[in-house]
Design a protein around this ligand. Structure first.
Ligand code: DX5
Ligand code: ZN
Length: 214
């Protein structure tokens, strides 16, 4: 299992310490949640913080933009060293264009679906994607309860990926812990994002290893 701990639950008063923990852990990526208070009812942090994270973090950055008009920030996200740029399906009128622009900028393109957006909406684009991020909570906050219907969506997406010959990875974000992580593995997920489960744990590095070895 690929594990992408979510920085949103880190200690922003001591980011260096948490980033060093990530560096020395088995984490594969670091998940970065950027919110604008418009697309989601919360604001997290922006590019100045991301630039600092890039300097310290040795893991690939998996950037999840919960913002309207994400196409305006492709170059900025690239300049912050992102390896993967995830945009919401619900935030892009011209999704195909945005995906092509992300790839042309030299990043992997991910498309994120809110819990109420069906997987079938990706039928005509999934073969172009490097990753699909399924939200298993309504985006905007860490520490929410896992929405169980996500398990059906993972299975459906796995089927769509096979039918279309897509190489996209299936990533799941929200309410992931050892229990929901095991269910997601069985359903066919490739990547687990975990915020609270990792950063609020007594031993974050072993929480990461546990998810990784599911
Ligand atoms: C929620 C964010 C998540 C969040 C997950 O909008 O996209 O990445 O940090 O947090 P947990 O794992 O605590 O649900
Ligand atoms: Zn996220």
């Amino acid at each position: 299992m690929i594990v992408s701990p979510s920085l949103l639950s880190a200690d922003f008063g001591n980011l260096n310490k948490d980033l060093e923990m990530i560096n020395s852990s088995e984490a594969d990526w670091l998940h970065i949640d950027i919110m604008d208070g418009v697309f989601v009812p919360n604001i997290s942090f922006g590019f100045p913080v991301l630039k600092f994270v890039q300097k310290v973090c040795k893991k690939p950055l998996d950037v999840h933009l919960m913002i309207v008009e994400p196409q305006k920030f492709i170059e900025e996200v690239k300049a912050c060293g992102a390896e993967i740029m995830n945009v919401h399906y619900e935030a892009c009128t011209h999704l195909d264009r945005v995906v092509q622009q992300i790839k042309a900028a030299g990043m992997k393109a991910g498309v994120t679906l809110n819990p109420a957006t069906p997987v079938c909406m990706l039928r005509d684009i999934v073969s172009e994607l490097d990753l699909v991020l399924l939200m298993s909570v309504n985006p905007g906050f860490g520490g929410q309860k896992f929405i169980h219907n996500t398990l059906n969506k993972v299975k459906e997406l796995r089927k769509l990926i096979e039918e279309t010959g897509s190489k996209a990875l299936i990533e799941v974000d929200g309410g992931v812990n050892a229990e929901t992580g095991a269910m997601l593995r069985d359903a066919g997920a490739d990547v687990l994002v975990a915020g609270n489960y990792v950063f609020k744990s007594e031993n974050p590095t072993s929480a990461i290893s546990l998810l990784r070895n599911l």
